[in-house]
Design a protein around this ligand. Sequence first.
Ligand SMILES: Cc1cc2nc3c(=O)[nH]c(=O)nc-3n(C[C@H](O)[C@H](O)[C@H](O)COP(=O)(O)OP(=O)(O)OC[C@H]3O[C@@H](n4cnc5c(N)ncnc54)[C@H](O)[C@@H]3O)c2cc1C
Length: 401
Amino acid sequence: MSPRRAVVIGAGIGGLTAALGLHRRGWRITVLERAATLAPVGAALTLAPNAQRALAVLSLGEEVRRLAAWDGDALLRDPRGRPLARTTSESVITRFGGPLVVLRRSDLIDLIVGRLPEGSIRTGEPAFLADAGGPGRPAKVSTAGEVVYEADLVVCADGVNSTSRRVLFPQHPGPAYGGWTVWRILAPTPPRFVPHETWGGGHVWGSLIRDSEGVFIYACAVTERGGRSADGEKAELRRRFGHWHHPVPALLDSVGEEDILRHDVFHMAQPLERYQSGRAVLLGDAAHAMVPTLGQGANMAIEDSVVLAHHAAPGADLPAALARYDQQRRPRTTALIRRAERASRLMSVRSPAALALRDGAIRAMSKVVPALLLRGFDGVADWHPPVTPQDPRPHDTHVAG
Ligand SMILES: Cc1cc2nc3c(=O)[nH]c(=O)nc-3n(C[C@H](O)[C@H](O)[C@H](O)COP(=O)(O)OP(=O)(O)OC[C@H]3O[C@@H](n4cnc5c(N)ncnc54)[C@H](O)[C@@H]3O)c2cc1C
């Protein structure tokens, strides 16, 4: 019997991990990516133990730990540099069974691509879900080059602005502006550097070690959507963050305009009622884009992928498998969209009185509540993937590292 064929639309972290999961289950896969190359947007990614366990199911756990540059010691500060709360790698491991790691997006992409069959990824191919298919009828995907692919399964992993989602659920209003603009920056590591996240009024700055040479920075501000600075983003960041504690000004001084990426953040404020229709499933940001306040968007896309591959095992009844994917992924990811929104509200506080209250409460609680910052990840970072007997054991992630 010839292997079943899956077409994956989009070669972000979600599409690629789904392709790998399905390939390992014996599917013949084709990944269609509209961009000319696989250069990922954004420099680095934090992966919590939940996503690392999922990657371990794909036999990538050890490699991820090897590539990771940072594993969880961090400080939450106010803009003057005063500590609000602290987490340690040990406390993350104790609570969630593994560390939090950061790695380059490009390293993760290279790792996954290296495990996919040669020729399975086609770049420069914008793809369109022409027909979601159904019982006895294949799904169809067309490309700008007018090739039409017929498939037993189509994985729509085409990101927050997914055209596939519009085809499947035309009545859905689409993603909404999440209220934040985010700048992503790579900078050289300054002296005496300690990873930190700093919360001001409606502003957040995070600096994490990306590798031995570089620091990965995310700077976020509550703003109107579509804003751009007439005098450039570096000047904008200096106005907003230039008076913050060391090393924020030094990091800003060390980068050029070309090192700074600016994006408005969109999310699925109105969750979808289904992630599946016919032979097509939505996966990753296409299904459940969330504001990045928990750093879980790509983690969820990776979880989606291993759950999908788990159910779409050889010989499985496909409609039942896709229904189970929907049943397992939708409640979890919808809840996380909401949790990320709640964190966003806490970070968005702007009035001096509310800020004093928030920061005072965090400072006081962190003295009496152990691992205060980690509690927001309860039920998230402790997730375990479904495992079939031939899969590697997912709790290998930490032990191997
Ligand atoms: C500032 C910031 C920081 C973040 N940090 C983290 C973090 O630390 N940890 C974390 O887990 N998440 C993080 N996220 C979220 C994470 O980036 C996303 O959730 C994740 O990248 C989604 O992956 P995806 O594959 O679903 O979508 P995408 O990465 O958007 O990939 C979609 C792909 O589909 C392609 N595509 C689109 N349309 C078509 C088409 N018609 N045909 C073919 N291809 C198409 C696109 O070119 C793209 O390559 C962050 C997000 C932001 C904004």
